[in-house]
Design a protein around this ligand. Sequence first.
Ligand code: NAP
Ligand code: GDD
Length: 359
Amino acid sequence: MKKALITGVTGQDGSYLAEFLLEKGYEVHGIIRRSSSYNQERLEDIMSKEEAEALKGHQRFYLHYGDVTDALNITKIIGDIRPDEIYNLAAQSHVRVSFDMPGYTLDTDAKGTLNILEAVRILGLSEKTKIYQASTSELFGKVQEVPQKETTPFYPRSPYGVAKLYGFWITKNYRESYNMFAANGILFNHESERRGETFVTRKITLAAARIAQGKQKKLCLGNLDSLRDWGYAKDYVECMWLILQHDKPEDFVIATGEMHSVREFTELAFKNAGIELKWTGKGIEEKGINKKTGEVIVEVDSKFFRPAEVDQLLGNPTKAKTLLGWNPTKTSFNELIKKMIISDMKKVNNEQKIKKSFD
Ligand code: NAP
Ligand code: GDD
Protein backbone atom coordinates (compact mmCIF):
# COMPACT_ATOMS: atom_id res chain seq x y z
CA MET A 1 0.00 0.00 0.00
CA LYS A 2 1.44 3.38 -1.01
CA LYS A 3 1.79 6.01 1.72
CA ALA A 4 1.09 9.69 1.10
CA LEU A 5 1.70 12.64 3.41
CA ILE A 6 -0.36 15.80 2.90
CA THR A 7 0.55 19.12 4.51
CA GLY A 8 -2.43 21.50 4.57
CA VAL A 9 -4.85 18.56 4.82
CA THR A 10 -7.48 20.69 6.62
CA GLY A 11 -7.67 23.13 3.69
CA GLN A 12 -9.87 23.09 0.60
CA ASP A 13 -7.44 21.13 -1.60
CA GLY A 14 -6.02 18.97 1.19
CA SER A 15 -9.44 17.58 2.08
CA TYR A 16 -10.31 16.72 -1.55
CA LEU A 17 -6.86 15.23 -2.14
CA ALA A 18 -7.12 13.04 0.98
CA GLU A 19 -10.47 11.68 -0.26
CA PHE A 20 -9.03 11.11 -3.74
CA LEU A 21 -5.97 9.22 -2.46
CA LEU A 22 -8.02 7.09 -0.04
CA GLU A 23 -10.22 6.08 -2.98
CA LYS A 24 -7.06 5.13 -4.88
CA GLY A 25 -6.13 2.76 -2.01
CA TYR A 26 -3.38 4.86 -0.36
CA GLU A 27 -2.60 5.07 3.34
CA VAL A 28 -2.97 8.81 3.91
CA HIS A 29 -1.25 10.89 6.59
CA GLY A 30 -2.14 14.53 7.14
CA ILE A 31 -0.47 17.28 9.13
CA ILE A 32 -2.78 19.44 11.23
CA ARG A 33 -1.96 22.51 13.27
CA ARG A 34 -2.86 22.67 16.91
CA SER A 35 -5.71 25.15 17.21
CA SER A 36 -7.79 26.34 20.14
CA SER A 37 -10.88 26.03 17.95
CA TYR A 38 -12.05 23.20 15.69
CA ASN A 39 -10.26 23.14 12.30
CA GLN A 40 -11.20 19.75 10.86
CA GLU A 41 -14.64 20.51 9.38
CA ARG A 42 -13.57 19.65 5.84
CA LEU A 43 -12.34 16.24 7.01
CA GLU A 44 -15.59 15.19 8.67
CA ASP A 45 -16.73 12.85 5.85
CA ILE A 46 -13.40 11.05 5.88
CA MET A 47 -13.31 10.83 9.68
CA SER A 48 -16.75 9.25 9.92
CA LYS A 49 -15.92 6.66 7.23
CA GLU A 50 -12.52 5.99 8.80
CA GLU A 51 -13.99 5.47 12.27
CA ALA A 52 -15.93 2.48 10.97
CA GLU A 53 -12.88 1.17 9.08
CA ALA A 54 -10.64 1.57 12.15
CA LEU A 55 -13.05 -0.53 14.22
CA LYS A 56 -12.58 -3.30 11.64
CA GLY A 57 -8.77 -2.87 11.90
CA HIS A 58 -8.53 -1.23 8.46
CA GLN A 59 -7.48 2.29 9.38
CA ARG A 60 -5.84 4.13 6.45
CA PHE A 61 -6.13 7.80 7.52
CA TYR A 62 -3.88 9.31 10.20
CA LEU A 63 -3.44 12.86 11.47
CA HIS A 64 -0.26 14.28 13.02
CA TYR A 65 0.21 17.58 14.80
CA GLY A 66 2.76 19.72 13.02
CA ASP A 67 3.68 22.97 11.35
CA VAL A 68 5.80 23.36 8.22
CA THR A 69 7.74 26.21 9.84
CA ASP A 70 9.02 23.75 12.48
CA ALA A 71 11.84 21.87 10.73
CA LEU A 72 12.44 19.44 13.63
CA ASN A 73 8.82 18.39 13.78
CA ILE A 74 8.53 18.04 9.98
CA THR A 75 11.70 15.94 9.82
CA LYS A 76 10.41 13.67 12.60
CA ILE A 77 7.03 13.15 10.92
CA ILE A 78 8.58 12.39 7.52
CA GLY A 79 11.16 10.09 9.13
CA ASP A 80 8.45 8.16 11.01
CA ILE A 81 6.14 7.76 8.01
CA ARG A 82 8.71 7.39 5.19
CA PRO A 83 6.04 8.35 2.63
CA ASP A 84 6.12 7.43 -1.07
CA GLU A 85 4.56 10.79 -1.94
CA ILE A 86 4.44 14.16 -0.16
CA TYR A 87 1.95 16.81 -1.23
CA ASN A 88 3.04 20.17 0.21
CA LEU A 89 -0.20 22.17 0.26
CA ALA A 90 0.35 24.02 3.55
CA ALA A 91 0.42 27.78 3.05
CA GLN A 92 -0.73 31.16 4.23
CA SER A 93 -2.72 31.18 1.00
CA HIS A 94 -4.55 34.53 1.12
CA VAL A 95 -2.94 37.10 -1.18
CA ARG A 96 -4.49 40.16 0.54
CA VAL A 97 -3.50 38.89 4.00
CA SER A 98 0.09 38.36 2.80
CA PHE A 99 0.45 42.16 2.66
CA ASP A 100 -0.46 42.28 6.39
CA MET A 101 1.70 39.26 7.32
CA PRO A 102 4.62 39.16 4.86
CA GLY A 103 7.01 37.61 7.41
CA TYR A 104 4.72 34.76 8.40
CA THR A 105 3.83 34.17 4.74
CA LEU A 106 7.55 33.90 3.95
CA ASP A 107 8.16 31.45 6.81
CA THR A 108 5.32 29.15 5.78
CA ASP A 109 5.22 29.39 1.99
CA ALA A 110 8.98 29.63 1.30
CA LYS A 111 10.91 28.24 4.29
CA GLY A 112 8.21 25.61 4.92
CA THR A 113 8.85 24.22 1.43
CA LEU A 114 12.59 24.11 2.07
CA ASN A 115 12.01 22.31 5.40
CA ILE A 116 10.20 19.50 3.58
CA LEU A 117 12.75 19.12 0.78
CA GLU A 118 15.65 19.21 3.21
CA ALA A 119 13.99 16.66 5.53
CA VAL A 120 13.58 14.23 2.63
CA ARG A 121 17.21 14.77 1.61
CA ILE A 122 18.82 14.40 5.05
CA LEU A 123 16.67 11.38 5.91
CA GLY A 124 18.07 9.62 2.84
CA LEU A 125 14.63 9.42 1.19
CA SER A 126 15.56 11.25 -2.01
CA GLU A 127 15.13 8.17 -4.16
CA LYS A 128 11.98 6.90 -2.44
CA THR A 129 9.83 9.97 -1.82
CA LYS A 130 8.23 12.04 -4.58
CA ILE A 131 7.30 15.63 -3.71
CA TYR A 132 4.49 17.77 -5.11
CA GLN A 133 4.82 21.50 -4.47
CA ALA A 134 1.65 23.66 -4.58
CA SER A 135 2.84 26.44 -6.87
CA THR A 136 0.51 29.07 -8.19
CA SER A 137 -0.52 31.29 -11.09
CA GLU A 138 0.27 34.20 -8.73
CA LEU A 139 3.87 33.64 -9.88
CA PHE A 140 2.84 35.19 -13.22
CA GLY A 141 1.37 38.25 -11.41
CA LYS A 142 1.84 41.17 -13.77
CA VAL A 143 1.52 38.88 -16.75
CA GLN A 144 4.27 38.97 -19.37
CA GLU A 145 2.32 36.87 -21.89
CA VAL A 146 -1.33 35.85 -22.46
CA PRO A 147 -2.19 33.05 -21.92
CA GLN A 148 0.43 31.92 -19.41
CA LYS A 149 2.24 28.62 -19.91
CA GLU A 150 5.18 26.81 -18.26
CA THR A 151 7.75 29.00 -20.06
CA THR A 152 6.11 32.38 -19.32
CA PRO A 153 8.42 34.59 -17.21
CA PHE A 154 7.32 35.18 -13.60
CA TYR A 155 6.47 38.61 -12.13
CA PRO A 156 4.88 38.13 -8.68
CA ARG A 157 2.90 41.04 -7.23
CA SER A 158 2.48 40.21 -3.53
CA PRO A 159 4.44 38.86 -0.57
CA TYR A 160 2.50 35.63 -1.16
CA GLY A 161 3.61 35.48 -4.80
CA VAL A 162 7.21 36.24 -3.90
CA ALA A 163 7.29 33.58 -1.15
CA LYS A 164 5.77 31.03 -3.54
CA LEU A 165 8.42 31.99 -6.11
CA TYR A 166 11.07 30.76 -3.66
CA GLY A 167 9.03 27.57 -3.16
CA PHE A 168 8.92 27.03 -6.92
CA TRP A 169 12.66 27.52 -7.47
CA ILE A 170 13.86 25.60 -4.41
CA THR A 171 11.74 22.64 -5.56
CA LYS A 172 13.29 22.83 -9.02
CA ASN A 173 16.74 23.30 -7.48
CA TYR A 174 16.47 20.17 -5.29
CA ARG A 175 15.28 18.23 -8.34
CA GLU A 176 18.31 19.34 -10.36
CA SER A 177 20.86 19.17 -7.52
CA TYR A 178 19.89 15.90 -5.82
CA ASN A 179 18.01 14.12 -8.59
CA MET A 180 14.84 14.14 -6.47
CA PHE A 181 11.36 13.58 -7.93
CA ALA A 182 10.15 17.06 -6.95
CA ALA A 183 7.60 18.79 -9.18
CA ASN A 184 5.59 22.01 -9.21
CA GLY A 185 1.90 22.22 -10.11
CA ILE A 186 1.35 25.82 -11.21
CA LEU A 187 -2.34 25.88 -10.39
CA PHE A 188 -4.66 28.68 -11.43
CA ASN A 189 -7.53 29.66 -9.12
CA HIS A 190 -9.75 26.74 -8.19
CA GLU A 191 -12.87 26.98 -6.10
CA SER A 192 -15.51 24.74 -4.55
CA GLU A 193 -18.17 24.37 -1.90
CA ARG A 194 -15.21 24.04 0.56
CA ARG A 195 -13.43 27.25 -0.49
CA GLY A 196 -12.37 29.51 2.40
CA GLU A 197 -15.03 32.13 3.05
CA THR A 198 -12.81 35.19 2.44
CA PHE A 199 -11.75 34.27 -1.11
CA VAL A 200 -13.83 36.22 -3.58
CA THR A 201 -15.89 33.39 -5.12
CA ARG A 202 -17.03 31.93 -1.80
CA LYS A 203 -17.60 35.38 -0.32
CA ILE A 204 -19.95 36.02 -3.26
CA THR A 205 -21.82 32.69 -3.22
CA LEU A 206 -22.37 32.86 0.56
CA ALA A 207 -23.57 36.45 0.34
CA ALA A 208 -25.87 35.68 -2.62
CA ALA A 209 -27.41 32.80 -0.63
CA ARG A 210 -27.83 34.97 2.47
CA ILE A 211 -29.31 37.91 0.52
CA ALA A 212 -31.70 35.53 -1.33
CA GLN A 213 -32.88 34.18 2.06
CA GLY A 214 -33.20 37.63 3.62
CA LYS A 215 -30.28 37.13 6.04
CA GLN A 216 -27.94 39.82 4.65
CA LYS A 217 -28.61 43.20 3.02
CA LYS A 218 -25.50 43.92 0.98
CA LEU A 219 -22.27 42.49 -0.40
CA CYS A 220 -19.17 44.74 -0.47
CA LEU A 221 -16.42 43.80 -2.91
CA GLY A 222 -13.12 45.23 -4.15
CA ASN A 223 -11.92 45.12 -7.75
CA LEU A 224 -14.83 43.96 -9.94
CA ASP A 225 -12.70 44.15 -13.12
CA SER A 226 -10.20 41.57 -11.96
CA LEU A 227 -10.05 38.58 -14.34
CA ARG A 228 -9.35 35.01 -13.24
CA ASP A 229 -9.18 31.52 -14.75
CA TRP A 230 -11.44 29.67 -12.28
CA GLY A 231 -11.64 25.87 -12.15
CA TYR A 232 -13.17 23.30 -9.80
CA ALA A 233 -10.91 22.17 -6.93
CA LYS A 234 -12.04 18.54 -7.07
CA ASP A 235 -10.85 18.30 -10.70
CA TYR A 236 -7.53 19.96 -9.82
CA VAL A 237 -6.46 17.57 -7.05
CA GLU A 238 -6.53 14.73 -9.59
CA CYS A 239 -3.84 16.64 -11.47
CA MET A 240 -1.61 16.87 -8.39
CA TRP A 241 -1.61 13.07 -8.29
CA LEU A 242 -1.10 12.76 -12.07
CA ILE A 243 1.97 15.03 -11.83
CA LEU A 244 3.57 12.57 -9.39
CA GLN A 245 2.63 9.56 -11.56
CA HIS A 246 4.30 11.06 -14.65
CA ASP A 247 7.46 9.21 -15.76
CA LYS A 248 9.71 12.17 -14.91
CA PRO A 249 9.44 15.15 -12.55
CA GLU A 250 8.24 18.20 -14.48
CA ASP A 251 6.34 21.40 -13.75
CA PHE A 252 2.80 21.82 -15.12
CA VAL A 253 0.34 24.68 -15.60
CA ILE A 254 -3.11 23.57 -14.47
CA ALA A 255 -5.92 25.84 -15.68
CA THR A 256 -9.17 25.81 -17.65
CA GLY A 257 -8.06 28.21 -20.42
CA GLU A 258 -11.13 30.44 -19.78
CA MET A 259 -11.12 33.83 -18.08
CA HIS A 260 -14.01 35.68 -16.35
CA SER A 261 -14.31 38.87 -14.32
CA VAL A 262 -15.34 39.17 -10.67
CA ARG A 263 -18.36 41.14 -11.96
CA GLU A 264 -19.39 38.23 -14.20
CA PHE A 265 -18.98 35.73 -11.34
CA THR A 266 -21.14 37.94 -9.10
CA GLU A 267 -23.89 38.27 -11.73
CA LEU A 268 -24.06 34.51 -12.33
CA ALA A 269 -23.95 33.65 -8.63
CA PHE A 270 -26.91 35.94 -7.89
CA LYS A 271 -28.75 34.58 -10.94
CA ASN A 272 -28.33 31.03 -9.62
CA ALA A 273 -29.70 32.24 -6.28
CA GLY A 274 -32.78 33.64 -8.10
CA ILE A 275 -31.78 37.34 -8.22
CA GLU A 276 -31.22 39.29 -11.47
CA LEU A 277 -28.63 42.05 -11.09
CA LYS A 278 -28.15 45.22 -13.12
CA TRP A 279 -25.07 47.42 -12.82
CA THR A 280 -24.95 51.22 -12.53
CA GLY A 281 -22.08 53.67 -12.01
CA LYS A 282 -18.36 53.30 -12.54
CA GLY A 283 -15.29 52.57 -10.37
CA ILE A 284 -15.83 53.03 -6.65
CA GLU A 285 -19.41 54.24 -7.40
CA GLU A 286 -20.39 51.06 -9.24
CA LYS A 287 -23.42 49.30 -7.74
CA GLY A 288 -25.27 46.05 -8.33
CA ILE A 289 -29.02 46.54 -8.14
CA ASN A 290 -31.71 43.90 -7.64
CA LYS A 291 -33.70 44.32 -10.88
CA LYS A 292 -36.92 43.22 -9.21
CA THR A 293 -36.84 45.34 -6.03
CA GLY A 294 -34.53 48.21 -7.07
CA GLU A 295 -32.43 47.66 -3.91
CA VAL A 296 -28.66 48.14 -3.99
CA ILE A 297 -27.23 44.75 -3.01
CA VAL A 298 -23.62 44.99 -4.28
CA GLU A 299 -21.23 47.86 -3.58
CA VAL A 300 -17.53 48.55 -4.05
CA ASP A 301 -15.43 49.17 -0.94
CA SER A 302 -11.83 50.31 -1.38
CA LYS A 303 -10.78 48.40 1.75
CA PHE A 304 -10.79 45.25 -0.41
CA PHE A 305 -8.35 46.74 -2.97
CA ARG A 306 -4.77 45.42 -2.83
CA PRO A 307 -1.57 47.48 -2.69
CA ALA A 308 -0.59 45.79 -5.97
CA GLU A 309 -3.15 43.88 -8.02
CA VAL A 310 -2.92 40.94 -10.41
CA ASP A 311 -5.29 42.22 -13.09
CA GLN A 312 -5.69 39.08 -15.15
CA LEU A 313 -4.74 35.41 -15.16
CA LEU A 314 -5.39 33.00 -18.01
CA GLY A 315 -3.65 29.63 -18.21
CA ASN A 316 -2.75 27.41 -21.13
CA PRO A 317 -3.18 23.79 -19.93
CA THR A 318 -1.95 22.15 -23.16
CA LYS A 319 1.03 20.43 -21.51
CA ALA A 320 -1.14 18.84 -18.77
CA LYS A 321 -3.73 17.82 -21.38
CA THR A 322 -1.15 16.23 -23.64
CA LEU A 323 1.27 14.61 -21.19
CA LEU A 324 -1.05 13.80 -18.28
CA GLY A 325 -4.28 13.21 -20.21
CA TRP A 326 -6.06 15.67 -17.90
CA ASN A 327 -9.39 17.21 -18.92
CA PRO A 328 -9.40 20.92 -17.92
CA THR A 329 -13.06 21.51 -18.72
CA LYS A 330 -14.66 18.64 -16.81
CA THR A 331 -16.62 21.16 -14.72
CA SER A 332 -17.69 24.32 -16.55
CA PHE A 333 -17.67 27.83 -15.07
CA ASN A 334 -21.49 27.73 -14.82
CA GLU A 335 -21.51 24.30 -13.19
CA LEU A 336 -18.92 25.45 -10.64
CA ILE A 337 -21.05 28.44 -9.63
CA LYS A 338 -24.20 26.30 -9.51
CA LYS A 339 -22.51 23.74 -7.19
CA MET A 340 -21.32 26.51 -4.86
CA ILE A 341 -24.71 28.22 -4.76
CA ILE A 342 -26.65 24.99 -4.13
CA SER A 343 -24.32 24.16 -1.25
CA ASP A 344 -24.44 27.67 0.26
CA MET A 345 -28.24 27.90 -0.07
CA LYS A 346 -28.41 24.73 2.08
CA LYS A 347 -25.78 25.99 4.51
CA VAL A 348 -27.57 29.32 5.03
CA ASN A 349 -30.89 27.53 5.46
CA ASN A 350 -29.32 25.31 8.14
CA GLU A 351 -27.78 28.35 9.85
CA GLN A 352 -31.32 29.67 10.25
CA LYS A 353 -32.47 26.35 11.69
CA ILE A 354 -29.55 26.19 14.11
CA LYS A 355 -30.19 29.76 15.22
CA LYS A 356 -33.92 29.07 15.69
CA SER A 357 -33.17 26.12 17.94
CA PHE A 358 -31.47 28.56 20.37
CA ASP A 359 -34.29 31.17 20.23
P1 NAP B 1 -6.33 26.75 2.15
O1 NAP B 1 -7.75 26.27 2.07
O2 NAP B 1 -6.04 28.10 2.66
O3 NAP B 1 -5.52 25.67 3.04
C1 NAP B 1 -4.23 25.93 3.51
C2 NAP B 1 -3.82 24.80 4.43
O4 NAP B 1 -2.50 25.06 4.92
C3 NAP B 1 -4.71 24.64 5.67
O5 NAP B 1 -4.83 23.27 5.96
C4 NAP B 1 -3.89 25.34 6.75
O6 NAP B 1 -4.16 24.86 8.05
C5 NAP B 1 -2.50 24.89 6.33
N1 NAP B 1 -1.44 25.70 6.90
C6 NAP B 1 -1.29 27.05 6.89
N2 NAP B 1 -0.14 27.42 7.49
C7 NAP B 1 0.46 26.27 7.91
C8 NAP B 1 1.66 25.97 8.58
N3 NAP B 1 2.50 26.95 8.96
N4 NAP B 1 1.97 24.67 8.83
C9 NAP B 1 1.13 23.68 8.46
N5 NAP B 1 -0.04 23.89 7.82
C10 NAP B 1 -0.36 25.18 7.54
O7 NAP B 1 -5.63 26.63 0.72
P2 NAP B 1 -6.07 25.80 -0.58
O8 NAP B 1 -6.95 26.66 -1.42
O9 NAP B 1 -6.52 24.44 -0.18
O10 NAP B 1 -4.68 25.73 -1.36
C11 NAP B 1 -3.78 24.65 -1.12
C12 NAP B 1 -2.39 25.06 -1.60
O11 NAP B 1 -2.41 25.38 -2.98
C13 NAP B 1 -1.81 26.31 -0.92
O12 NAP B 1 -0.42 26.12 -0.83
C14 NAP B 1 -2.13 27.43 -1.88
O13 NAP B 1 -1.20 28.48 -1.73
C15 NAP B 1 -1.96 26.72 -3.21
N6 NAP B 1 -2.77 27.22 -4.32
C16 NAP B 1 -4.10 27.37 -4.20
C17 NAP B 1 -4.85 27.78 -5.28
C18 NAP B 1 -6.34 27.95 -5.19
O14 NAP B 1 -6.91 28.61 -6.08
N7 NAP B 1 -7.01 27.35 -4.21
C19 NAP B 1 -4.22 28.06 -6.50
C20 NAP B 1 -2.85 27.88 -6.59
C21 NAP B 1 -2.12 27.44 -5.50
P3 NAP B 1 -5.34 25.52 8.97
O15 NAP B 1 -6.62 24.84 8.51
O16 NAP B 1 -4.93 25.15 10.34
O17 NAP B 1 -5.34 26.99 8.69
N1 GDD C 1 -10.67 38.07 -1.54
C1 GDD C 1 -11.31 39.06 -2.19
N2 GDD C 1 -12.31 39.73 -1.55
N3 GDD C 1 -10.96 39.33 -3.47
C2 GDD C 1 -11.66 40.29 -4.12
C3 GDD C 1 -12.71 40.99 -3.52
C4 GDD C 1 -13.04 40.71 -2.17
O1 GDD C 1 -13.93 41.29 -1.58
N4 GDD C 1 -13.21 41.85 -4.44
C5 GDD C 1 -12.51 41.70 -5.56
N5 GDD C 1 -11.55 40.76 -5.37
C6 GDD C 1 -10.55 40.36 -6.38
C7 GDD C 1 -9.12 40.36 -5.85
O2 GDD C 1 -8.61 41.68 -5.86
C8 GDD C 1 -8.46 39.43 -6.88
O3 GDD C 1 -8.10 40.17 -8.02
C9 GDD C 1 -9.57 38.45 -7.25
O4 GDD C 1 -10.80 39.02 -6.77
C10 GDD C 1 -9.42 37.05 -6.66
O5 GDD C 1 -9.16 37.18 -5.28
P1 GDD C 1 -9.11 35.91 -4.30
O6 GDD C 1 -10.34 35.10 -4.45
O7 GDD C 1 -8.75 36.39 -2.95
O8 GDD C 1 -7.95 35.00 -4.94
P2 GDD C 1 -6.50 35.36 -5.49
O9 GDD C 1 -6.56 35.27 -6.99
O10 GDD C 1 -5.98 36.60 -4.90
O11 GDD C 1 -5.64 34.15 -4.91
C11 GDD C 1 -6.13 32.80 -4.98
O12 GDD C 1 -5.68 32.20 -6.18
C12 GDD C 1 -4.25 32.05 -6.30
C13 GDD C 1 -3.98 31.41 -7.68
O13 GDD C 1 -4.01 32.38 -8.66
C14 GDD C 1 -5.60 32.06 -3.75
O14 GDD C 1 -6.22 30.80 -3.69
C15 GDD C 1 -4.10 31.85 -3.81
O15 GDD C 1 -3.69 31.00 -2.75
C16 GDD C 1 -3.76 31.19 -5.16
O16 GDD C 1 -2.37 30.98 -5.27
